[in-house]
Design a protein around this ligand. Structure first.
Ligand code: HEM
Length: 562
């Protein structure tokens, strides 16, 4: 039978038939998607597009973050229409009230379907991937493990990992002339953040810092995460961005199939990492189960989740085995490069502003003196959260100004009416106090743009100035946005980053310890550090774009009383 269905070229008729059917269905779907949606927003002003094929996606998703969108915001206001691929009308929003409305209604404004498929491939069916009741259940089970006191218990791990980085930098710097050397600080910060999440999330030793000089680590999962973000989601060719957008217009099963099977090296690497991550997670879940049975359970996040799962309660309030594995893998990925990239930008600002660096060092040294005077060797939570206000102001200002997460792509599941803080005027002169958005419209929530809103952060929001967080200029209790400094970088509403306290304490310990031990300067050969759009917003050296994520700094040892 099968030979009868064989065409001359050797390709089966069934394959041809299926391909034609897929093409027709996809064409129909595309047509309906482009022609049938976005009508209500066609009169919203926005920039002209030079390319029907790409629309504005290259300006938004590639190159330098904010290069175009900041100008558009000044020209068109908090809501503007931009073109997606193939002429589709889309919305870019920075209006604070609209951003909050959308962020607080995750069922009404869901993740872009293609991002959901990517997140299934990258994380598995865990917290980042889940929607609706599934998400609420997973979030409820996870939340206690991320409470303030739980996270404060990880401070010793953060100290340990910061010390590991400092030792490695010292060994380079101290053997160099003038105790000074140019070091790409991104590499060890990333490995230190990986070690920190391993210890805290599941009491696991990646030994990423220890093995940093080796070509390959003995730990397969650590190998998988070496340069993971850069090698997989780093700067991509235009056509790859186009394909991703195109997949977003096709039925979800097409993108699901693509990400599960595409023989593309980067995607294969993601699939392999997810597999190794899930295998390790499975082993660790078994270990935690045994620890629990023998009454030796620990305080890491996985132990708390396994403990919660074992408690006699409604089975609907538990995580399944696959969800637990995905949760662990999610924490490693979501909690490691994000925080490391934030720290990269903190280091960049400190290196660029010697006065700011000196002022911070003074605060940190005085606090360490107080810590030692009371007989301790490391900062407590209150040292970090309350007694180093300038450190906190620098962290907040960096998260605002150089937030690693700079946008979200959302899609309304129903026709919606979104309130606006500032009215907008349509191309035919109507003044809108609220915005009608049709189901299925692609929305780019511009986190970087929101973080520079003058109504929230002041008239000089385009300037890096940590003092705005010291003088009560930012209304941090307005409840308008994110959990930290009112910035949107940790998102807001029911899907706020669950690990924000973790990131803040880790960044505080790392930064304080780095400035206590070293002085940082921008090397003279570097003309500019670019804010490159990748999965996160990464530092890239102008003229060395092909090297990707890097931040070479002159690192000089400070003679201390340690
Ligand atoms: C600077 C560091 C970080 C930034 C900027 C950041 C940012 C974000 C953002 C914007 C979201 C919302 C994503 C969405 O709505 O799709 C998110 C969610 C999440 N983050 Fe973070 N994150 C950081 C650090 C961490 C850390 C350290 C952890 C874990 C220890 C973590 C775990 C998660 C998880 C599990 C979610 C999913 C939450 C949910 O959907 O309910 N993140 N993060």
């Amino acid at each position: 039978m099968s030979t009868l269905l064989q065409s001359h070229s050797g390709i089966s008729l069934t394959t041809w038939g299926a391909s034609i059917l897929v093409l027709c269905l996809s064409g129909l779907y595309l047509y309906r998607h482009i022609v049938g949606s976005g009508n209500t927003i066609s009169k919203i002003p926005g920039p002209p597009s030079k390319s029907f094929m790409y629309g504005h996606i290259r300006e938004l998703l590639k190159g330098e973050v904010g290069e175009h969108s900041f100008k558009w915001k000044k020209q068109f206001g908090g809501v503007l229409r931009y073109k997606g691929i193939l002429g589709e009308n889309c919305l870019l929003i920075t209006d604070p009230k609209a951003m909050n409305y959308i962020s607080n209604r995750p069922d009404e404004f869901t993740k872009h379907p293609v991002l959901k498929e990517i997140s299934r491939m990258v994380f598995g069916r865990g917290l980042v991937w889940a929607d609706g009741d599934d998400h609420r259940r997973q979030r409820r089970i996870n939340s206690p493990a991320f409470g303030a006191n739980q996270i404060r218990a990880f401070i010793p791990f953060f100290h340990e990992c910061a010390a590991g980085i400092i030792d490695k930098w010292s060994s380079v710097v101290d053997s160099s002339k003038g105790h000074s050397s140019v070091i790409d600080v991104t590499r060890l910060i990333s490995l230190g953040a990986l070690d920190a999440i391993g210890k805290a999330a599941f009491d696991y030793q990646f030994d990423a810092l220890q093995d940093s000089d080796k070509e390959e680590s003995n730990n397969e999962l650590a190998n998988c995460f070496r340069n993971y973000a850069h090698d997989t989601f780093g700067v991509t060719p235009d056509i790859a961005t186009f394909v991703q957008e195109l997949l977003g217009m096709l039925p979800v099963w097409v993108s699901g199939f693509f990400y599960d099977w595409a023989p593309v090296d980067k995607i294969k690497r993601v699939r392999y990492t997810t597999k190794v991550g899930h295998d390790v997670a499975k082993e660790m879940i078994a270990v935690k189960g045994e620890e629990l049975l023998s009454g030796k359970q620990k305080k890491d996040i996985l132990s708390l989740l396994v403990q919660a799962n074992a408690a006699p309660s409604d089975s609907k309030l538990k995580l399944g085995q696959e969800e637990l594995m995905a949760t662990l893998h999610t924490l490693i990925i979501a909690g490691h490069e994000t925080t490391a990239t934030w720290l990269n930008w903190v280091m960049y600002e400190l290196a660029s502003k010697p006065d700011m660096q000196a002022k911070l060092r003074k605060e940190v040294n005085e606090r360490m003196y107080a810590v030692r005077s009371r007989g301790d060797s490391m900062y407590s939570a209150s040292d970090l959260e309350q007694d180093m206000p300038y450190l906190q102001a620098i962290l907040k200002e960096t998260l605002r100004f150089h937030g690693p997460i700079y946008h979200h792509l959302k899609i309304p599941t129903v026709d919606s009416v979104v309130p606006l803080l500032r009215p907008i005027t349509t191309t035919d002169g109507q003044v809108l106090e609220s915005l009608s958005i049709e189901k299925g419209t692609h929305i780019y929530l511009d986190i970087a743009g929101y973080n520079r809103d003058p109504d929230i952060f002041g008239k000089d929001a385009d300037t890096f100035r940590p003092e705005r967080f010291l003088n009560g200029e930012v209304n941090e209790t307005s409840g308008l946005a994110g959990p930290y400094g009112s910035v949107m970088t940790f998102s807001a509403g029911p899907r706020t980053c669950i690990g924000w306290r973790f990131a803040v304490l880790e960044a505080a310990v790392f930064t304080a310890e780095f400035v206590r031990h070293f002085e940082f300067k921008i090397p003279s050969h570097i003309t500019r550090i670019k804010r490159e759009a990748s999965l996160a917003m990464i530092p890239v050296v102008e003229g060395e774009e092909e090297k990707g994520h890097q931040l070479p700094l002159v690192v000089t040892s400070i003679v201390s009383d340690d």
